[in-house]
Design a protein around this ligand. Structure first.
Ligand code: NAD
Ligand code: APR
Length: 240
């Protein structure tokens, strides 16, 4: 048995409050690319051209193509066993909530109830001008807002935009008071989500395919694939 996995299993079983913080690495095993790995989105696209508000004014065509591609990628995917185990841990009282930087909705699809979407949600389409809601099919068909004729966009937080206050404040206060924080599948490169582990008062765990560049110290580090490690830890918990 991997001693770090045994340790995480014991911490999960004994912790009185546990929050999971996830990033794009949690969804690569559901065939959704992350951003900064070698097959990540930002290896082929400059984020400033599609993930900043200016993109809506400067190159709306590229912007709509990029998010349409991501919406279409989403249609063919499902949560993997790792998402399902995290939902099971919440069900059994070992995890209280998931704060995620992901916009793919896979934690909720897997059955997690308390999910804080710090960077919004891809499927939540609305008008950039008047805020009127629209359907993903309207956005994919490159239609304009039915109310004001403005530009439609996904409810994904772009670089520089404010994070949804409610999700951010709840995640922040729960992470500050939790006795265990498990950070999974994120490079921790993007502010302000990357500050959350630093604000934790409890034990901190980093589970990532690449663990050397986070620049942050953790009480426990598990290097490897999220799905593999999470399901291994689940097996150890069942044997305990
Ligand atoms: P940033 O633009 O990533 O973050 C600063 C602003 O972005 C904040 O106001 C934050 O609220 C907002 N933001 C909200 N949601 C966001 C989201 N989904 N993605 C990104 N930002 C969001 O500024 P930065 O940290 O300088 O990052 C700019 C680029 O530089 C990013 O690609 C980042 O990965 C890269 N980078 C950042 C750091 C770092 O320590 N911040 C280090 C190396 C590389
Ligand atoms: N298992 C574990 N870790 C993985 C896996 C996996 N199967 N696949 C990838 N990873 C790791 C990568 O090694 C990388 O360190 O997950 C991390 C993903 O980091 P990023 O690609 O930077 O994604 P993320 O941290 O979520 O980016 C934060 O940046 O572009 C913005 O708004 C966007 O929410 C995103 C934010």
């Amino acid at each position: 048995r991997d001693k770090n996995q045994v340790k995480l299993a014991n911490w999960l079983l004994t912790s009185k409050s546990t929050i999971v913080l996830t990033g794009a690495g949690m969804s690569t095993e559901s065939n959704l690319p992350d951003f900064r790995s070698k097959e990540g989105w930002w290896r082929s696209i400059d984020p400033i051209t599609v993930a900043a508000p200016e993109a809506l004014d400067n190159n709306y065509e590229l912007f709509t193509d990029f998010y349409t591609a991501r919406l279409e990628a989403l249609e063919g995917t499902a949560p993997h066993e790792g998402h399902q185990v995290i939902a099971d841990w919440e069900e059994r009282g070992f995890v209280d909530a998931v704060a995620t930087q992901n916009v793919d909705g896979l934690h909720t699809a897997a059955g997690s109830k308390n999910v804080y979407e710090l960077h919004g949600s891809l499927k939540n389409i609305y008008c950039h001008n008047c805020g009127a809601k629209a359907a993903p099919s309207d956005f994919k068909a490159k239609r304009k807002c039915g109310v004001c004729g403005g530009k439609l966009r996904p409810g994904v937080i772009l670089f520089g935009e404010m994070l949804p206050q409610e999700a951010w404040n709840t995640a922040l206060s729960r992470i500050k008071s939790a006795s265990l924080i498990i950070v999974i599948g994120t490079s921790l490169e993007v502010y302000p989500a990357n500050q959350l582990p630093l604000l934790a008062s409890g034990r901190t765990v980093y589970l990532n395919a690449e663990v050397s560049s986070s620049g942050q110290d953790f009480d426990l580090v598990l290097e490897g694939k999220a799905k593999t490690i999470i399901t291994e830890v689940q097996r150890i918990m069942h044997e305990a």
